[in-house]
Write a protein that binds this ligand. Structure first.
Ligand code: MG
Length: 392
């Protein structure tokens, strides 16, 4: 019995925003003609829109699966890899075999040095779509294909406080705490008065019962990061995220060895191969896999490997319409060490109308979308902002 993949399509979604992700632009920051700007706080490029690439897989029997790739800038690159390269290689392959298909597609480019980046982002969206189709063909929710249901809901921590001043960010954190959210994370890139001041102000306002994490946005040397984490530790820091540059494995190890606070990392890595040396080096005790970078296959491989190193798992939540988010909740649901999931309220809430299904985040928890597959699909509304990508 077989159900061959008969078509693979990619769609670029661009949804305008009034206020960019992480809040208003700071002095000296400007949006360019392509809709991108650089945050001076961490020297990284961000889109002024919510942009991602949707991937649709259809099988000979008519089953459909949906995926979503990380593609916040240059989405045409991801869509082109899907339509020009990966899609045609999938035609005729059985949609019920997502792991062998993922392994074979990764193999096609690995010795050429394409072991991460845009290539694996494209692969991630396709992999989510194939898993969605496979689970729908089996009549099962995706989590039951991945080991079974341990969490039918997950604690959501409020990420980013997109307001221009510290006083307003503190008020926003209080508002979320009042709605039942027990954890927040602030962002170094927009902590205008410094992380220590931000941490102290949040702790003073929120009291001892709310967990507070800091995303250090890869800004520091190992020594500077260690000292800053110590100062935030005095205010009961929950975890310090991304303290040093992504490539600095020795620095990551040094910070983790010296800090008295949990170190969280991983949103920028796409495969188990990128996690492996950091796990062996005990560079972090919390991993943050990003489904729109990893796809389901690598997300599970990374997470199971991290569990063997006694790490906790708190997945990252990227920019998109929420297809990747539904897959991430389903992949998190079987994991014993999963403590919760990032909640980008300024993206998730406004874009929830672009997916059909009962996925929700309310009262401090995400609800796993029910039904077969990932439990959601693009709504009719999204086609106002999406266009199909044709290969060049
Ligand atoms: Mg982060």
């Amino acid at each position: 019995m077989s159900d061959a993949i008969s078509s693979v399509e990619a769609f670029i979604v661009v949804i305008p925003r009034d206020v960019p992700y992480l809040g208003p632009l700071r002095s000296g920051e400007a949006i360019n003609e392509r809709g991108y700007f650089i945050r001076r706080g961490n020297r990284s490029v961000y889109p002024a829109t919510d942009t991602s690439v949707l991937v649709k897989v259809t099988t000979a029997s008519g089953a459909v699966g949906w995926g979503e790739s990380y593609a916040i800038v240059a989405p045409g690159a991801v869509a082109e890899i899907v339509t020009d390269l990966l899609g045609p290689l999938c035609i005729g392959r059985d949609a019920r075999d997502p792991v062998p298909l993922h392994e074979d597609l990764y193999d096609t480019m690995r010795v050429r040095g394409f072991v991460s980046g845009y290539f694996v982002d494209a692969l991630a969206g396709l992999d989510i779509a194939v898993w969605d189709a496979a689970a729908r063909l089996a009549g099962l929710p995706l989590c039951r294909m991945l080991g079974g249901l341990r969490h039918d809901s997950l604690p959501a921590y409020v990420s980013g406080l997109p307001k221009p001043t510290l006083a307003e960010r503190v008020d926003l954190a209080l508002e979320w705490a009042g709605r039942g959210y027990e954890a927040v994370k602030f962002a170094a890139a927009v902590a205008d008065e410094g992380e220590e001041t931000e941490m102290a102000a949040l702790r003073r306002a929120l009291g001892p019962g709310i967990r507070i994490a800091c995303d250090m946005h890869w800004k520091y040397t190992a020594l500077a990061a260690t000292r800053l984490i110590d100062r935030m530790h005095a205010h009961d820091l929950w975890f310090a995220e991304a303290p040093v540059a992504p490539e600095d494995i020795e620095g990551q190890r040094e910070v983790a060895a010296k800090a008295r606070t949990s170190i969280a990392m991983g949103e920028e890595w796409r495969t188990a191969f990128e996690y492996r040396p950091r796990l062996i080096g005990r560079c972090m005790d919390v991993i943050q896999p990003e489904m729109a970078h990893t796809g389901v296959t690598e997300f599970m491989k990374i997470s199971r490997m991290a569990e063997a190193f006694h790490c906790r798992i708190i997945p990252h939540a990227s920019i998109g319409i929420g297809i990747f988010q539904a897959a991430s909740l389903h992949a998190s649901a079987p994991l014993q060490n999963c403590d919760g999931h990032e909640y980008q309220h300024s993206i998730f809430d406004r874009n929830l109308r672009f997916v059909d299904g009962d996925m929700a985040c309310e009262g401090g928890r995400y609800r796993l979308p029910s039904g077969p597959g990932i439990g959601v699909a693009p709504s009719a509304e999204v086609w106002r902002y999406a266009r199909q990508h044709e290969p060049a």
